[in-house]
Design a protein around this ligand. Structure first.
Ligand SMILES: [Zn+2]
Length: 139
């Protein structure tokens, strides 16, 4: 894994059809970093596999966070966002199909929100709800 800063990242070698460094990079808008991006091939493999399994576009609401942005939005210091994680919008998706496929493909950190699903890959599998989101995940 390595950290690159988005426009300096070597896009010539990019071979991911459905995701770009820009959409996975920090979204602080250049206030605190210049689009810091965390490169993790295994994560990208899993994300592309999820896209293939679902067969529809996956929209990334947020990805990596630079240290300052993570702190300013109250993120935990050890947050997976300091490396790489994504929030995918649930609009237009079957949330249960997305969760099942994500877990099967190795996303072991799953945050279940009303309008998005957080995915990361961590050593100890963890699933959580956000404030007032549990009802939207009742079967
Ligand atoms: Zn930033």
């Amino acid at each position: 894994m390595l950290i690159a800063h988005f426009p300096d990242f070597d896009l010539a070698g990019w071979h991911r059809p459905h995701f770009s460094p820009r959409e996975l990079a920090c979204r602080c808008g250049g206030h605190l970093c210049h689009g810091e991006y965390w490169h993790d091939e295994g994560f990208l493999d899993a994300l592309e596999a999820l896209r293939a399994a679902i067969g529809r576009p996956l929209v990334v609401n947020s990805g990596h966070r630079c240290e300052q942005w993570n702190a300013s939005v109250g993120g935990a210091r050890q947050s997976m966002r300091r490396t790489i994680a994504v929030d995918l919008t649930l609009t237009g998706h079957d949330r249960f199909a997305l969760l099942t496929a994500a877990e099967r493909l190795g996303f072991s950190g799953t945050g279940l929100a009303r309008t998005f699903i957080h995915l990361d890959r961590r050593a100890v599998p963890t699933r959580w709800y956000y404030r007032r989101s549990a009802a939207s995940w009742q079967t």
